[in-house]
Design a protein around this ligand. Structure first.
Ligand SMILES: C[S@@+](CC[C@H](N)C(=O)[O-])C[C@H]1O[C@@H](n2cnc3c(N)ncnc32)[C@H](O)[C@@H]1O
Length: 311
């Protein structure tokens, strides 16, 4: 029952200084080649910008899940959404679980700033194994864009399900529609640049998954995977972030950072013309660049799948 969890001290030392803490530097072998700690400012700014989308998703969840005692954010990153859970469910304890200690530091700082420190804890360690340090089963688990970084996604779902209370809900955010920032024809280069960037990103994603140690190939049918993990799929819904032009400074900065990161990650997958166009887009002095042009927008959809552990 939810009220059984109210005295659960998720902020205890075991969660922050346990044996798993050594995984918390973000660039260990567990995380392939991604340096999560280095991404902290971007992840935090992104989650802050996406807050209207998360609020819609949480409002939808709150219709299904009432008064959870323990909410666990699996692969929380800097804890922006973990804190939205604390706000949405004022009676809940919230645990942010992640492999990157510096991101969890940000999560704790945010929870402190927002006044949730007394019912907010962090759990540092490799997922999903680190969840065995939870003292109680969760009434609600949220995993946003973290499962696809784990080698065995189906196995991870089963493990998450094992840490749910009977009747508890697992909500995963995966897939949807990729973020779009620019019209098809931007007046420079060959039209359709963003679609070609996306194609290169899909290849990089496949490579990222294949390079994870002990990676298991999986058809990305989330309802089927949830069912295979012994859970009952209860809902699927997509939520839109629609920030039309002209963008706020924060949104524009997010677009600049996103495109710069893409340039670094998948630049090799573009032809010379597209690369030249992308470089113009990223040049702060270029009138046609994303720092200055007026037509830049952010449009993205994320899909949330919910499932319940049978009572
Ligand atoms: C793309 S970020 C998502 C962050 C946040 N949930 C969000 O939606 O903004 C993926 C997160 O998963 C964490 N992560 C990836 N692989 C992990 C692993 N094997 N164990 C623990 N955490 C992991 C990373 O540290 C990172 O914070």
């Amino acid at each position: 029952m939810a009220h059984d969890h109210h005295h659960h001290d998720t902020h205890g030392p075991a969660h922050e200084h346990g044996p798993a803490h050594e995984h918390g530097h973000g660039h260990t072998h567990d995380h392939a080649d991604i340096d999560w700690a280095e991404m902290a400012p971007h992840l935090e700014a992104q989650a802050e910008l996406y807050t209207p989308l998360y609020r819609q998703a949480l409002a939808w969840l709150a219709r299904e899940v009432t008064e959870p005692g323990l909410v666990v954010d699996v692969g929380s990153g800097p804890g922006v959404v973990s804190c939205l859970f604390a706000e949405t469910f004022p009676g809940a304890r919230v645990v942010a679980a992640d492999g990157a200690g510096p991101l969890l530091e940000r999560a704790r700082a945010r929870a402190g700033r927002l006044g949730f420190a007394d019912r907010f804890g962090t759990l540092a360690g490799d997922l999903p194994g680190a969840l065995s340090e939870l003292d109680y089963p969760a009434d609600l688990m949220w995993a946003s864009q973290s499962l696809h970084h784990l080698p065995d996604q189906r196995g991870a779902l089963a493990a998450l399900g094992g840490h749910l209370a009977p009747g508890g809900t697992l909500a995963i955010l995966e897939g949807g529609l990729p973020a779009r920032f620019l019209p098809r024809d931007i007046g420079i280069g060959r039209p359709g640049l963003q679609a070609r960037i996306r194609a290169a990103e899909e290849d990089a994603f496949a490579e990222m998954r294949a390079d994870l140690p002990d990676s298991v190939a999986e058809t990305e049918d989330w309802p089927a995977m949830l069912t295979a993990a012994g859970l009952k799929h209860t809902g699927t819904r997509s939520f839109l972030l629609d920030l039309p032009a002209p963008l706020s400074d924060a949104a524009r900065a997010y677009v600049v950072t996103s495109l710069s990161r893409l340039r670094e990650r998948i630049g090799d997958g573009l032809d010379a013309d597209d690369l030249a166009t992308l470089d113009r887009l990223l040049d702060p002095a270029d009138e046609a660049g994303v720092h200055r042009r007026r037509d830049v927008f952010v449009l993205v959809a994320h899909t949330v799948y919910t499932a319940v552990r049978p009572a």
